[in-house]
Design a binder for this molecule. Structure first.
Ligand SMILES: Cc1cc2nc3c(=O)[nH]c(=O)nc-3n(C[C@H](O)[C@H](O)[C@H](O)COP(=O)(O)O)c2cc1C
Length: 350
């Protein structure tokens, strides 16, 4: 209730990106105060032993993670872990630091419990990430989501991704190749199996030069056709990819149900949150049906309740992630969701 009031009275009056920065900066600052993380853990961590997940050679304390884009600077992942999340996907990070698209570039669609953004990967660059990740405390599992530097030509994308992987693979629990943001021109064209193969082969080449076997996943868009989703599932199995993160934001304004015509007209970039739910579930089901049991599937898009998370896990998700549900739900949202999820898991086991 307090967060809802704070959201309505304070955060909703701020520009969405400013409110976001305020939140992540506050978390990062709290993280610097000795003892705060541990104290927070005491309050916010539900007992979730029965929710542990073994995947990617790691033991996730629970299946709920933070989706990429929330900790864009690798500045507050430890505190996000303290709030209850079992893993945090930091980034998207690019080889060189960049400012992203001009502002305003984030907006809210509260009637649909959604957000839209065309951030364009603002981030401090792979070197800054390396510094932050090398000082990371043990505890939270950190995935690194890698994207293409905006002003690098698509033809040179593989070298650009490789440069980031070179610096960050040694510090990441898993890597995600992001080819699905709608806000970097041309990026989504790398989802074709032919292009994806070149990119993944290049990154694998880099990993093998480093002598690393860091798990490698690909993040895909909800706007792919069903045939393209099937082709990526087949490619993932055939090439031995470790997993797929599905899905990124959608450019389909038709997915909005309750927003007004004026609100729809103001949308720029990709939509996240409630409207993504049906397509995220559909893509997950397709991937699981075609990829078999072994591929790790991280389902993301419109997860707002324990029921949503459970539905994804039952539809074949190995893990789930959220961004928009957390923004609307507030700092105690992960704890609430996990508690309910643990109860449902307990009830099923009994
Ligand atoms: C403001 C904002 C920024 C985002 N930035 C990234 C990003 O940098 N990289 C990425 O892979 N996904 C990014 N996403 C997409 C999320 O990771 C997620 O795939 C999408 O929002 C769907 O999940 P949700 O409905 O729980 O928000 C961003 C989403 C939002 C709302």
């Amino acid at each position: 209730l307090i967060y809802r009031l704070f959201f309505r009275l304070v955060l909703m009056r701020l520009d969405a990106e400013r409110a976001h920065r305020l939140g992540t900066r506050a978390l990062a600052a709290l993280g610097w105060i000795p003892g705060v993380g541990a104290a927070l853990r005491g309050v916010t961590h539900p007992r979730t032993e029965q929710l542990e997940v073994e995947a990617l050679g790691l033991r996730f304390p629970n299946p709920l993670g933070v989706a990429a884009g929330l900790d864009k600077e690798a500045a507050c992942f430890a505190m996000l872990g303290d709030l209850g999340f079992g893993h945090v996907e930091v980034g998207t990070v690019t080889a060189r630091g960049q400012v992203g698209n001009p502002r305003p570039r984030v907006g809210r669609l509260p009637r649909d419990r959604a957000l839209f953004n065309r951030m364009g990967f603002p981030n401090p660059g792979a070197e800054a990430f390396a510094e932050r990740l090398s000082a990371r405390p043990p505890g939270v599992i950190v995935g690194v989501n890698v994207g293409k530097t905006m002003d690098v030509e698509l033809a040179d994308a593989a070298d650009d991704y490789r440069a980031t992987v070179r610096l960050l693979a040694p510090l990441a629990d898993y890597l995600v190749v992001n080819v699905s943001s709608p806000n970097t021109p041309g990026l989504r064209s790398m989802q074709s199996v032919e292009e994806l193969r070149k990119l993944v082969d290049a990154i694998r080449g880099e990993l093998s030069e480093l002598g690393l076997v860091t798990p490698l996943l690909v993040k895909i868009a909800p706007d792919l056709s069903d045939a393209d989703v099937d082709a990526i599932a087949a490619y993932a199995v055939e090439s031995g990819l470790d997993g797929i993160v599905a899905v990124n934001t959608t450019v389909d304004v038709g997915a909005l149900q309750r927003s007004t015509a004026a609100e729809r007209a103001a949308v720029i970039g990709g939509i996240s949150g409630g409207p993504l739910k049906p397509r995220a579930l559909e893509v997950l089901r397709r991937l699981r049906a075609r990829a078999g049991d072994d591929l790790v599937l991280i389902s993301v898009g419109g997860i707002e309740t324990a029921g949503d998370a459970l539905e994804r896990l039952e539809a074949g998700a190995t893990l789930v992630q959220a961004y928009t549900g957390f923004v609307y739900g507030g700092p105690l949202w992960p704890r609430r969701l996990l508690r309910e999820l643990a109860k449902s898991a307990g009830a099923r086991a009994a």
